[in-house]
Design a protein around this ligand. Structure first.
Ligand SMILES: [Zn+2]
Length: 472
């Protein structure tokens, strides 16, 4: 069989790997976007939206819902794919939310392009290529098939797939594919995104069975996380400094799916366990509210600590003084709420989304604190704030002074640190493992992690380039 790396090769986004078996059957593992929200696509391909013929792919195996793993699925159907999408049931529910959200962002982008075309009288441009709408998402969702964790599912003659909890996001999985070729069984493992041990809400990443080939992520190949320990302690300290010692506002840019639920659960626990005044918390993202409902639906799949807490307090994400903001008007009122408060809003990188308004209204206020809790691209507003030496900021066509306090914590990062990655790799027998491929990381993180693996006896570690194919 052949394995080709179509994305997340020597970089983080766009996970997409194609397995072509000897009998001609093709399985695509993940079908992710390179850019947040979806399109437009950066490149033009002879076949349409993909560098391969989508109509020849037979099945998609999806590790988890994040858009950099799922965001191109609707375009596959546009290009003639007729197969099913196999994933866990929580991944199905979260992917549905994320793809419709991407479609509504796309609809807005298409409208803007059309408006500017009318003005400049340009004929068809390339800016809308790959911008699927809700109609395409609907077609895709009809073909999702939920598969239970640890269920060896037959997807083709002499071909099985098994999903194992990855601890990275609700429903997220490591995947093992088994196929018989030339009378011999071969096992290929795909790590998906690897979670952290003792992480908020989620079970620890499962031990992957021994495989012959392993494709694994390497986001944190360079280091471990800076913040360790109990997130309640970390948040209590930040909230005391931001909202109690000074009566200020705390703005938390956060991805709506996963990150926001970790934050709400932590605040719920903090108010329950600590003697701290119940400060108003605004959750300002309709997508966050919908994904919180999915987390509640799969309550029994969460980790022991979360289930025990629920038994005792009868709520996971709901507490006194928590307000979900629906309309834009409510959102605008919260941005200038006069009492100390906490505002959780997307996007996490401060690249679009309602959080931009909250930043605009608070960045010049020395009594406001902005807490970054996740990764942000260098070119995003969040990335610029994280760089630490920003005196001024361009946001929503305004140039504003940075007077607010900027803080950060990586305690809510859903990616395993270097030690977690190493523990995952070391479940594999170096005698049996024929090749280990590193994906989903910056090149220097990959090269650093490759060296560590070599030192631990894993001799054949590849850092594949985009479009590189390997015979397995
Ligand atoms: Zn992910």
């Amino acid at each position: 069989m052949k394995l080709t790396f179509y994305g997340a090769a020597r970089k983080v986004p766009g996970s997409m790997f194609l397995l072509e078996f000897e009998d001609g059957y093709q399985a695509l593992i993940d079908c992710g976007s390179e850019v947040e929200g979806g399109g437009p696509l950066q490149e033009e391909f002879p076949y349409g939206n993909f560098p391969f013929d989508a109509s020849r792919v037979n099945v998609v195996i999806l590790t988890h819902a994040h858009i950099d793993h799922s965001g191109q699925i609707p375009n596959l159907y546009e290009d003639g794919f007729e197969g099913q999408i196999l994933c866990t049931s929580a991944t199905l529910d979260l992917t549905e939310l994320l793809l419709y959200d991407a479609a509504s962002l796309n609809a807005r982008a298409v409208k803007n392009v059309e408006k500017s075309r009318k003005k400049s009288k340009k004929t068809k441009g390339r800016e809308t290529r790959g911008l699927y709408l809700s109609r395409q998402v609907e077609t895709a969702m009809e073909n999702f098939v939920p598969i239970a964790f640890e269920n060896r599912f037959r997807f083709k003659d002499d071909g099985y797939v098994t999903f194992y909890p990855a601890g990275h996001l609700l429903g997220a999985a490591h995947v093992v594919i088994e196929v018989k070729e030339g009378g011999e069984w071969k096992k290929i493992g795909f790590s998906g995104d690897i979670g952290r041990k003792d992480f908020t809400l989620l079970v620890d990443p499962y031990k992957l069975p021994e495989v012959d080939y392993l494709v694994m992520e390497s986001t944190y190949g360079l280091r471990n996380h800076e913040d360790q320990g109990d997130p309640v302690e970390v948040m209590e300290k930040i909230i005391r400094e931001a909202c109690i010692d000074v009566k200020g506002r705390l703005i938390i840019p956060a991805f709506s799916v996963g990150r926001t639920q970790c934050m709400l659960f932590t605040l719920n626990r903090m108010y329950y366990e600590k003697d701290i005044a119940p400060i108003k918390v605004f959750t300002d993202s309709p997508l966050a509210r919908a994904s919180t409902k999915v987390y509640e639906k799969y309550r029994n799949r969460l980790n022991r600590a979360a289930r025990d807490f629920y038994e005792e307090s009868e709520s996971l994400f709901d507490f006194e003084n928590l307000h979900y903001l629906e309309s834009n008007r409510e959102s605008q009122l919260a941005a200038t709420h006069t009492e100390p408060c906490i505002i959780i809003s997307s996007s996490g990188m401060i690249k679009g989304g309602r959080v931009e308004y909250h930043i605009e209204k608070n960045i010049e206020n020395p009594y406001a604190t902005i807490l970054m809790i996740g990764y942000a691209n260098e070119d995003s507003v969040g990335g610029k704030l994280l760089s630490g030496d920003q005196k001024e900021l361009h946001i929503r066509n305004k140039k504003l002074a940075v007077n607010a306090k900027i803080r950060k914590t990586d305690i809510f990062s859903g990616h395993g640190g270097q030690d977690d990655l190493l523990a995952f790799a070391q479940n594999q027998n170096p005698e049996r493992l024929k090749k280990l491929f590193l994906v989903h990381g910056d090149l220097n993180a990959m090269l650093n992690f490759k060296q560590i693996l070599n030192e631990r006896g894993y001799a054949d570690v590849e850092v594949p380039a985009r479009y590189e194919t390997f015979e397995l």
